[in-house]
Design a protein around this ligand. Structure first.
Ligand code: AMP
Ligand code: ZN
Length: 466
């Protein structure tokens, strides 16, 4: 069977093939780097990673762009409050995000694009929208006039007829879901950073960055655009309005959205305070693989309820896979092949692929894998499993792990978390202050041994991973 995805645009499960040659042109909305990402955010990014891996398992090449939103209201508010430049403020959280992605084994997109490196491209797009009569200016800000785009609402399937008059909002916060016309360009407020541009001083709105960077790097029509479910409206709806007004072409063929990670019936979110960062969970001793497993174990279109019991079960499930692999690699079996064993392995591999191809049904794929592990384990116990069966079983585990990537344990070097590093740095500072230079040097060496380089600067200690 072919690869099928649910398309938010058509509200149907459709067969997926890239439009041109063998390359999937994909854009996914990245993080807003105003703080550490929480594991709700990482549910969406883990979904993207699984999607990437399944696409590659079909032999497609990937051209995947993800933005880093490094200018927005929250970032400006926090940077100003901490007397930091935007760049210094966002650099730290961008680095933390990329470290967390690495810890969770999320593949890096082919291209990461910070919004602030594309201001000129955004200004040009806004000028083009203005030339096409899609905008108006008010108090130095430029707004997109939704009444000029009749297709508005086609992604979220909201009916906006009769409700398009020029209400406008000044912020990009998600909860302003009733925003109609939206800001393409925001005039600077007192004390806020601004870019001096041909359309006046200010900064871009959130939506325009994604349209501009997607079209710049991937062309006018993408194969897939994806993100969390809360991005459908207004963010993606607004991206469509801008992009299609710019090009006259459909912006993306497929739209895919991941449902929320929930905590006791509510969306995990910063504003509700019911969140854990990856670092919180690592500090509590959970393995990154267990977190990755948990985040990918429920099909992406279903809500996933986060519990510590769930995390514990994920760790147990991984243990079962590791034991099975160890058994395959180290147990001694009688020569030859067991009756029907190769057909059973083939069936498991087939069921696994079929489940993933069916709109990334990770729950069924895992069920196929664990049913096989149970069956093969008892075949090993009864002597039915023979030496000649091991290669195919290992091959299946390899295919499984090319997608789920949980079997290999994280080594100690990778495991040192940012907070552990920061606390060692603090201890080193204290040692230096107390003139205990031997201890300070020892800490520097200890961190270096784990691939962490310290740099003493005027504004304090900086660190980076080798
Ligand atoms: P942000 O950094 O706020 O721009 O969000 C990054 C990504 O995380 C977006 O794709 C959001 O849709 C997604 N997201 C935020 N909260 C959750 C959640 N509780 N569960 C799943 N995805 C989420
Ligand atoms: Zn976006």
């Amino acid at each position: 069977m072919a690869l099928r995805f649910y398309n938010t645009l058509s509200q149907q499960v459709e067969e997926f093939l890239p439009a041109h040659d063998n390359t999937v042109r994909m854009y996914t909305c990245g993080p807003t780097v105003y703080d550490f990402a929480h594991i709700g955010n990482f549910r969406s990014f883990t979904f993207i990673d699984i999607l990437r891996r399944v696409l590659r398992s079909h032999g497609f090449r990937l051209d995947h762009v993800m933005n880093i939103t490094d200018v927005d209201d929250k970032i400006i508010r926090n940077a100003v409050a901490q007397h930091k430049s935007l760049e210094d403020y966002t650099d730290a959280y961008t680095r933390a995000f990329l470290d967390d992605c690495k810890t969770l084994r999320l593949e890096r997109p082919e291209r990461l694009t910070p919004a602030t490196s594309h201001i000129q491209d955004m200004v040009e797009a806004i000028e083009k929208l203005t030339a096409g009569h899609h905008t108006y200016t008010s108090d130095g800000s430029v707004y997109f006039r939704i009444a000029t785009f009749p297709g508005y609402g086609k992604l979220s399937h909201n009916d906006f007829s009769g409700n398009l008059a020029g209400a406008r909002v000044d912020v990009d916060e998600y909860e302003k879901a009733d925003a109609r016309d939206f800001a393409l360009w925001k005039a600077p407020k007192e004390g806020e950073p601004a870019w001096q541009t041909a359309i006046g001083p200010g900064r871009p709105g959130w939506h325009i960055e994604c349209s501009v960077m997607a079209i710049k790097y991937l062309g006018e029509t993408l194969d897939i655009h994806a993100g969390g479910i809360d991005l459908v409206f207004p963010h993606h709806e607004n991206e469509i309005a801008q992009s299609e007004s710019l090009t006259g072409k459909p912006f993306s063929r497929f739209w895919m959205h991941a449902e929320f990670l929930m905590v006791e019936g509510q969306k995990m979110s910063k504003s509700l305070g019911n969140y854990y960062t990856l670092r919180d969970l690592l500090d509590r001793g959970y393995q990154p693989e267990a977190i990755r497993y948990l985040l990918s174990s429920v099909p992406y279109r279903k809500q996933l309820n986060f519990t510590f019991d769930g995390l514990q079960s994920a760790a147990t499930a991984i243990g079962r896979l590791r034991n099975f692999k160890l058994r395959l690699e180290t147990d001694k079996y009688a020569d030859g092949s067991g009756a029907g064993m190769s057909a059973r392995t083939e069936k498991a591999a087939h069921d696994f692929v079929e489940a993933m191809d069916n709109d990334l049904n990770t729950a069924e794929a895992l069920a196929a894998a664990f049913e096989y592990v149970r069956d093969a384990n008892s075949a090993m116990d009864s002597g039915e499993f023979r030496a000649g069966d091991a290669a195919a079983a290992l091959d299946f585990l390899g295919r499984f792990d090319a997608v789920f990537d949980v079997i290999e344990p994280t080594t100690a070097t990778n495991a040192i978390s940012d907070s552990e590093i920061e606390s060692l740095i603090e201890e080193r500072q204290a040692a230096k202050k107390a003139k205990n230079f031997a201890r300070a040097d020892q800490i520097r060496q200890q961190l270096l041994d784990q691939g962490i380089i310290l740099e003493d600067t005027k504004s304090g200690v900086r660190w980076k991973r080798k």
